[in-house]
Design a protein around this ligand. Structure first.
Ligand code: NAP
Ligand code: L37
Length: 284
């Protein structure tokens, strides 16, 4: 079977168009959605993503304010900035780009962000709401995966979903989101025995491992849907996913490419979360 390629860029463009339209309507009512993006240090990937996020905000009419802090920033200084942003009425969403330098306790920082401005959905309040099936802010990458599945017409009810990777930012939340859609979910990680056999069960496979092409095409069930969250740089320029793409595409019914798959959706859902936060504050 030759797989349908799930075009993340096209889905993202469609949703960004809707966000631009809603943003313009909200501005007519006197509210401009505002996102604060905080980058601490010089992580090269983070720098690229943060500048993509700012450009994406500008493209849909969302106000964005960037705070670039040196790698030597103390935890107290960062907490002070977050407190200021929590109280700034122009700011509806706050994003602190991870990873943070090692002198800063990430959990403490994420918990300092107001849960009502938590555009990344990483605050324990928002994590808890997700787990009980009453989400407020949903984390951008897993949320993007769910929107892609919906737009592709994949109904998860009763399906076997296998997630590889259990990070707090991708694997765990996407597993709960699939459970909420009535899938039967298997969550795999580095201690999972016989990963190939687990992957072979999947009607829908979601890979978020961070190891280039570690999931082999031969493991994938004929006709499965494959969502590859991995973005791994190999050599100077080339980006590859966590799934052996060419071989997987011969067995899957649909598959996301890297780049041009989940990546563009991550940024789109950040815009979406910021807009929703601004709408909620306008209703108050
Ligand atoms: P992470 O925090 O490093 O977590 C990786 C997970 O994979 C861990 O749960 C780990 O297991 C598991 N794992 C590692 N090696 C494994 C193996 N050999 N077999 C089975 N499981 C294994 O990574 P992350 O932040 O979730 O990111 C995962 C990937 O997604 C990366 O490539 C990252 O760049 C990409 N990503 C993409 C986007 C996007 O927008 N497209 C956003 C975020 C991340 P243990 O828990 O047992 O250690
Ligand atoms: N929300 N996202 C949020 N918060 C964080 O703290 N670290 C982090 C985070 N991660 C993140 O933004 N990841 C990400 C990954 C890939 C893309 C965007 C964001 C993306 O658009 N990737 C492109 C390729 C870009 C490139 O050339 O490097 C793609 O098509 O996959």
């Amino acid at each position: 079977m030759a797989a349908t390629i799930i075009d993340g860029k096209a889905i993202a463009a469609k949703i960004r168009g809707e966000i631009a339209r809603d943003t313009a309507a909200l501005k007519e009512k006197g509210v401009t959605p505002g996102l604060a993006v905080v980058l601490v240090g010089e992580d090269p990937a983070s720098k690229v993503y943060v500048s993509m996020k700012e450009k994406a905000c500008a493209d849909v009419g969302i106000f964005s304010d960037e705070y670039k802090l040196p790698a030597t920033t103390s935890e107290a200084e960062l907490l002070k900035l977050i407190d200021k942003l929590n109280n700034d009425p122009k700011i509806h969403g706050i994003l602190v780009q991870l990873p943070l330098p090692k002198q800063i306790n990430t959990e403490k920082v994420l918990e300092a962000i107001s849960p009502l401005k938590d555009a990344d959905g990483f605050h324990p309040y928002n994590v808890g709401r997700l787990v009980i099936g009453k989400p407020l802010f949903q984390p951008c990458t897993p949320y993007g995966v769910m929107v892609m599945l919906k737009e592709t017409g994949v109904d998860l009810s009763g399906k076997e979903v296998v997630v590889v990777g259990r990070s707090n930012i991708v694997g765990k939340p996407v597993a709960f989101m699939c459970l909420q859609q009535n899938a039967t979910v298997t969550l795999c990680h580095s201690r999972t025995r016989d990963l190939a056999a687990k992957v072979a069960q999947a009607d829908v496979l979601i890979a978020a491992v961070g190891v280039p092409e570690m999931i082999k095409g031969a493991w994938i069930k004929e006709g499965a849907v494959v969502i590859d969250v991995g973005v791994n740089r190999v050599g100077e320029k080339k980006l590859v996913g966590d799934v052996e793409y060419a071989a997987a595409a011969e067995r899957a019914s649909a598959i996301t490419p890297v780049p041009g798959g989940v990546g563009p959706m991550t940024i789109t859902m950040l815009l979406y979360n910021t807009l929703e936060a601004a709408k909620r504050s306008a209703e108050k």
